[in-house]
Design a protein around this ligand. Structure first.
Ligand code: ADP
Length: 190
C-alpha cells in the first residue's frame, strides 16, 4: 500500500525513527475511527536481514547487501502493507530504483531523511552498546559518499526531514502522505 524509505548517515538514529514511525502508524490503524483497509506495518533493515555493518566496508560486499534489501523489499511490497525500509539508502540511483519498484506496485511513497551532524554520528556510533557499530573507516567513508535526498526530485518526494534534536517524528504528515486523504484521519493523539 505504501513504501516509506528512510535515509540517513550511519548511526544517525534511523532505526530509532523507524520504530517511532511504526508505533504511530500502528496506533492510527488500531484506532476505532480508522475505517480504511486492514493494513500491517513492516520494517526491513540490515538487522532484520542479518546483514552485518561490515558489508559496507568495501564496494564488493556492499552490492549484495543492497541487493538483499531490494529483494526483501520487493517481496514484502503489497496492498496490505505499509513497508518501512530502514537503511542507509545513501545512493540516489538506489532510491530511484526503490521508487520505481514501488510505483510499479502502485504504492504510495515518501522519504524520511534522518539528520544528525557528522560529529553526533561519530559519537553515537562509538558509544553503541548493541554490537551494530560501523568501523571508523567505514563510517567516515559513508559520510563522504552520502547522497542527500532532495524534495526537488520526484523519487525522494514527499520528503520529511527529521533533525537529531526533534523529540518525535511528524506522524500526521507521514500518515497523510501515505494515505493521501483517502482514509479519514483517526483521532489518535498527535
Ligand atoms: P542507525 O539506525 O542510523 O544506525 P540507531 O537508531 O540505531 O541509528 O541509533 C544509533 C545509536 O545512536 C543508538 O545507540 C541510539 O541509542 C543513539 N541515538 C539515536 N538517536 C539519538 C538521539 N536523538 N539522541 C541520543 N542518542 C541517539
Amino acid at each position: 500500500m505504501a513504501l516509506i524509505t528512510i535515509s540517513g548517515y550511519p548511526s544517525s538514529g534511523k532505526s530509532r525513527r523507524a520504530s517511532q514511525i511504526k508505533a504511530h502508524l500502528e496506533t492510527r490503524l488500531a484506532d476505532q475511527s480508522y475505517d480504511g483497509p486492514k493494513l500491517k506495518v513492516s520494517v526491513i533493515s540490515d538487522d532484520t536481514l542479518d546483514v552485518g555493518r561490515d558489508a559496507y566496508g568495501d564496494s564488493k560486499s556492499e552490492k549484495p547487501a543492497r541487493g538483499a534489501l531490494f529483494t526483501a523489499m520487493q517481496r514484502q511490497m503489497g496492498q496490505d502493507t505499509i513497508l518501512i525500509v530502514d537503511g542507509l539508502n545513501y545512493i540516489k540511483g538506489f532510491r530511484y530504483q526503490m521508487y520505481c519498484a514501488a510505483r510499479e506496485h502502485k504504492l504510495r511513497v515518501c522519504t524520511v531523511y534522518v539528520v544528525a551532524t557528522h560529529d553526533l554520528c561519530r559519537e553515537w556510533n562509538s558509544t553503541r552498546t548493541d554490537d551494530r557499530a560501523y568501523k571508523t573507516e567505514t563510517l567516515e567513508n559513508l559520510l563522504v559518499r552520502f547522497e542527500e535526498p532532495s524534495s526537488m526530485v520526484r523519487w525522494d518526494s514527499p520528503l520529511f526531514i527529521i533533525l537529531w534534536e526533534e523529540e518525535d517524528v511528524p506522524a500526521d504528515e507521514i500518515w497523510k502522505a501515505i494515505t493521501a486523504g483517502n482514509v479519514k484521519a483517526p483521532h489518535a493523539g498527535t
